[in-house]
Design a binder for this molecule. Structure first.
Ligand SMILES: [Zn+2]
Length: 268
């Protein structure tokens, strides 16, 4: 079932077909390209959703890559990672930051996995493509008044009613989504006016990508199908009608990830 799409994928930002191959960042049969019209970097031959669920479930590939990386890492790198995790924990509950940025209420966590990320005053809803993770997340979310549905984000989001959510979480999600425009249009539909999306995606323009080349941790084959820069993320957001705000705490070029808030305007 591990088949790729039969025809090359058009640019997820401008929908044009012309693209320049980036062989230095491609691996095996997976072709990373740059759109010649708008400079969007993307995977030209992603797997279809069925194969993604059955053969390339994110938890499987992630676990495999994590194992590979840990084997390669020296003890110094492992120690540095532990320091970062410690620092993260000392900053306290990540919900506090989300609360400040997003506010309380109904929140939709797309590609939520099975994490216990949410607590009141959020009422958590989720969409998850992996059956095993959806089951666990659904049980957790129902305890808090929400639910987690099984499916692909860009399809399942249309099952929610208009203006249902105060906010949407797209943490480590949008880089996996083949249908970028469709998920953002669906978000526009089910967010309340003034509602916000929190987006976290790998930052293709991070200095670490220039230094590490093809070993940059943002590359994952074939899971990551979009490689955003601030410019291209802002452009896809604007195309769907969202206002864009960068919320990285540090200089953006130092950060391996882009953190952004997309706001649905209060007046259409
Ligand atoms: Zn393009």
């Amino acid at each position: 079932m591990s088949q790729t799409s039969s025809s090359p994928r058009a640019c997820p930002l401008c929908n044009k077909d012309a693209a320049t191959p980036l062989p230095q960042y491609s691996r095996d049969e997976w072709r990373i390209v740059e759109c010649t019209n708008c400079s969007m970097i993307y995977l030209q031959n992603p797997v279809d959703y069925v194969a993604l669920e059955e053969d390339y479930a994110w938890e499987k590939t992630y676990a495999q890559l994590d194992k590979e990386r840990n084997r390669r890492k020296s003890w110094i790198k492992r120690a540095a990672r532990q320091m970062r995790l410690l620092n993260y924990r000392m900053q306290g509950d990540p919900n506090n930051r989300f609360l400040k940025l997003l506010g309380p209420g109904n929140i939709l966590d797309i590609g939520c996995g099975d994490v216990e990320r949410w607590c009141p005053p959020f009422v958590p809803y989720g969409i998850e493509i992996s059956k095993a993770m959806q089951k666990t997340a659904d049980a957790q979310m129902r305890k808090l008044g929400g639910e987690c549905v099984l499916g692909a984000g860009a399809e399942a989001i249309w099952d929610f009613p208009k203006d249902k959510f105060d906010s949407i979480m797209m943490r480590s999600y949008l880089e996996h989504e083949v249908q970028v425009a469709k998920i953002l249009e669906g978000s526009m539909h089910c967010l309340k006016p003034g509602g916000k999306i929190y987006v976290r995606v790998p930052n293709f323009n991070a200095v670490n990508r220039y230094i590490s080349g093809s070993k940059w941790p943002g590359f994952r084959y074939p899971d990551h199908v979009n490689y955003f820069t601030v410019k291209t993320l802002k452009a896809v957001a604007a195309k769907a009608g969202f206002d864009f705000q960068l919320v990285n705490r540090h200089k953006i070029w130092l950060d391996d990830n882009i953190l952004a808030l997309l706001t649905k305007p209060t007046t259409p």
